[in-house]
Design a protein around this ligand. Sequence first.
Ligand SMILES: NC(=O)c1ccc[n+]([C@@H]2O[C@H](COP(=O)([O-])OP(=O)(O)OC[C@H]3O[C@@H](n4cnc5c(N)ncnc54)[C@H](O)[C@@H]3O)[C@@H](O)[C@H]2O)c1
Length: 286
Amino acid sequence: MEKAQSIGVVGAGTMGAGIAQACLVAGLPVVVIDIDEERVARGRAAIAAGLARSVSKAAMAAADRDAALERLRGACDYAALRSCDFIIEAATENEALKVAILQRIDGVARAGCIIATNTSSISVGRLAEVVTRPSAFVGTHFFNPVAVMNLVEVVHGPKTGDATVAAAVSLAKRLGKTPVVVKDAPGFVVNRLLCPMLNEAVLAYSQGIASAHDIDEAMRLGCNHPIGPLALCDLIGLDVVLAVMKVFQHDFEDPKYRPAPLLEEMVAAGHLGRKSGRGFFTYDAP
Ligand SMILES: NC(=O)c1ccc[n+]([C@@H]2O[C@H](COP(=O)([O-])OP(=O)(O)OC[C@H]3O[C@@H](n4cnc5c(N)ncnc54)[C@H](O)[C@@H]3O)[C@@H](O)[C@H]2O)c1
C-alpha cells in the first residue's frame, strides 16, 4: 500500500481521541466514529483540548491547531469510513464487541484498506478471522497518553502480510512514534511484563508486606520506575488491569496469572483508581 492518506478511528474514548489527535497533528485527515452524537462530541472535545494544550505549550501554532480540527470529521454512521485507507479500531476492550465492530468496518472499508486494532490483550489472530482479508489486518497498540508515549507495538498476527506490517510501521513513524514489531501473544511485550508485576504488587499489598505508599516508594527508588506499581494501577484503571490478567489466565492456562483477589474485590466495589476517585490512593476528582 502507498502511504496512508486518510485515517479512520472507531471509538472516541481515551485512546481513540489520542490516536486521532496524533494523526491530525501529522497532517492526516481523520474520521472518528462512536456510538452516539454525544460520545462523538466528547471525543472531539478531548481532541480539541489536547491540541489546545500543545498550543499553550508553544508546541503548535494556533493556525495549525485550527487546520488540524478542520481535518477532523466525527460520525456515528460507519459509512463515513469509506473514505479511509487505514482504519484503527479503538473501542472498549471486549472481544464480542470488537468482533461486531470489525464486521461493520469490514462491510464498508474500501479495497486495499488496512484495518488495525488497538487491543491491549485480545488475540490479533482471532480478530483477523472476522475480516475479509486477514492479510490486511494488524495490531497497532498505542500507549496512554498517546500524545506523550512514544511506543507503538505493531502486532504481526499469524496471517498479517508483510506489506501491512510495513504500512503500520510507516504510519507509526509518521506520527513521530517508535514502532516495535511483536508477535501475536497475550499482552504482546509491554503488558505481558507489566501487568503481572502490577498484580504482584497488589498481592504484596494485600499480604501486608508494606503500605501502598511504601510499595510504590520501594519500586520507584529500587528499580528507578517513574511511578510506583499501585499508583500505576490507579492510573491505568483497576478494571483494565483485571481484564488483562483474566485474558492471560485464560489464554496461557497457567495459574501464575491468577488475578490478585484484592484486585477483583476492589473492581467489584467500584474502586477503579483515578477514574472513580479511589483506588489504592484517593483522588479529588475523577
Ligand atoms: N486506556 C489505556 O491505557 C489503553 C492503552 C492501550 C490500549 N488500550 C486499548 O484501547 C482500546 C480503547 O480503550 P480506551 O481506554 O480508549 O477505552 P474508552 O472506554 O475510553 O473508550 C472506548 C470507546 O469505544 C466506544 N465504543 C463502544 N462501542 C462502540 C461501537 N460499537 N462503535 C464505536 N465506538 C464504540 C465507547 O463509546 C468509548 O467512547 C481498548 O481495546 C483498550 O484495551 C487502552
